[in-house]
Design a protein around this ligand. Sequence first.
Ligand SMILES: O=C(O)CCC(=O)C(=O)O
Length: 254
Amino acid sequence: MVDNKYLDILELEGVAIVPSMLNQNQVDDLRSELELAIEEDAIHYPNVFDKGMVHNCMVRGSNMAGILDHPVMNAYLNKCFSDTCIVYAYQSSSLPPKQSNYGSRVHVDCPRFISGYNSNMGVMFPLNDFTVENGATYYLPRSHKLADLPAEDFFYANAKRAFCKAGDMILLNPRLVHAAGFNATNITRHALTINFCRSYMRQRFDFPRLISQDIIDKLGENGRRLIGMNVRMPTNLEEFYLPPEQRLYKPNQG
Ligand SMILES: O=C(O)CCC(=O)C(=O)O
């Protein structure tokens, strides 16, 4: 299920593109859910700093939730990161026609540099082909080994582009210096971006409380673990002393 070739590339370059993770129907369904969420957010949150970025995609559509149980994604995460990891943030990155977005600044997705250790891992699902015209992600190869961000002119002089197909999966070391491009076409370029963290870290949102029971019930074992269901904190002794099968913070979570 996991091709070690991509893990080697990820380790060396800081990014690897695993082809054909989603079929065309899955891509179309995900894109429809995402476009609806973007329309809704434009009404409810019209003036936010990251306008157009949908947060907490797992509560904005059953297909976007279902991605968390993608068996091959989970197999890769187990190998290149951790089999007890959880979601830090699950959002989108869309480039509307003739625009860039909040992700277009030169940045890393994890502020911590710990030599030889990843506290986070990134996964991106392009929902359109990423091309030079529609703003394929710029990245500086091997920059995940750097403690500090390079100057912007050095970045663009040496950056490569993550050219890929809709339905591929981009594995991205969150210390890799990167930036979304500019979409010069007339069609929005969409992507889903998930940042995973270690099980002992805090998530950007309190997902076990944020996500409805209905959605949680539809998730599989991986999906439930990824939203943090195995590492919930008891609020009192009654919860602390629950029987093993009901424990909120399960054993062996890394
Ligand atoms: O959309 C892209 O091309 C990059 C997204 C990005 O930089 C991010 O989500 O951190």
